[in-house]
Design a protein around this ligand. Structure first.
Ligand SMILES: [Zn+2]
Length: 236
């Protein structure tokens, strides 16, 4: 048999095996790494009613993992148990991934909290690094995820673009709430396309209960998963 014909036959058999197999990673399914931001020891933002960011990140990450697996993607959960993995270690397995997604719930500047402005800010923000070779795909995924979040009724927060120390993250797309943030460790160290999502402002007492609800986590997960599915190239 001609070499190329033999290869075609092998691929055809392999795809038949894959269709009947749950070993998606062995079948060339695209891999998405979901990073549960923070750890149990350093849980990130704490809401006024006591919800910890890590727990809400985990709730959303679990729902997102389920939604992506239902789409046939191979999912790897990073720092899901809240172990104190370094930020650099979170992206170690990203070399073969189609996308790295870090899940967070937002805080705000302490000065704004001290000034009683906690109820002023709400909405989501998405960050990508523009200095990486995978920038185009990262931005494309950020856009398709944001469009899905908009259609679910969410809105971009935009306050991270405020020109003050600690913020000042340039907007790559204002209407979609996408910012450039080259120095974020997970975005800097990821070898795959990568983005970080702040899904809502936990530090806003008016937002906390909604963000903590499993219903919101399910809806947000489905929106993010739908955006991811749209931006990833179709697997061979
Ligand atoms: Zn966070």
């Amino acid at each position: 048999m001609h070499k190329s014909a033999l290869r075609q036959s092998i691929l055809a058999v392999a795809s038949l095996i894959c269709l009947s197999s749950l070993q998606l990673a062995d079948c060339g399914a695209q891999q998405v790494l979901i990073d549960t931001g923070h750890t149990t020891e350093n849980p990130g933002a704490i809401g006024a009613a006591g919800h910890r960011e890590f727990d809400l990140n985990r709730q959303l990450a679990v729902a997102l993992s389920k939604a992506l697996k239902a789409q046939g993607l191979d999912v790897v959960d990073v720092a899901a148990q809240g172990s104190p993995a370094s930020l650099q270690a979170r992206t170690e397995a990203s070399g073969s991934a189609a996308l790295f997604v870090s899940i967070h719930h937002d805080s705000m500047q302490q000065a704004w909290l001290d000034a009683g402005r906690s109820r002023e800010f709400s909405g989501y923000a998405i960050f990508v690094s523009a200095s990486k070779p995978q920038y185009a795909r990262s931005l494309e995924c950020a856009k398709s995820i944001s469009r899905k979040l908009l259609s679910m009724g969410e809105h971009p927060s935009l306050y991270h673009a405020t020109p003050i120390a600690g913020e000042n993250r340039p907007l790559l797309d204002r209407s979609l709430g996408i910012h450039r943030f080259d120095d974020l460790v997970v975005l800097k160290t990821a070898e795959s396309p990568a983005l970080l999502i702040e899904i809502g402002v936990l530090a806003n007492p008016d937002q906390e209960a909604r963000l903590a609800s499993p219903r919101f986590a399910g809806l947000a997960a489905n929106a993010i998963a739908g955006g991811i599915r749209q931006c990833l190239p179709v697997a061979p």
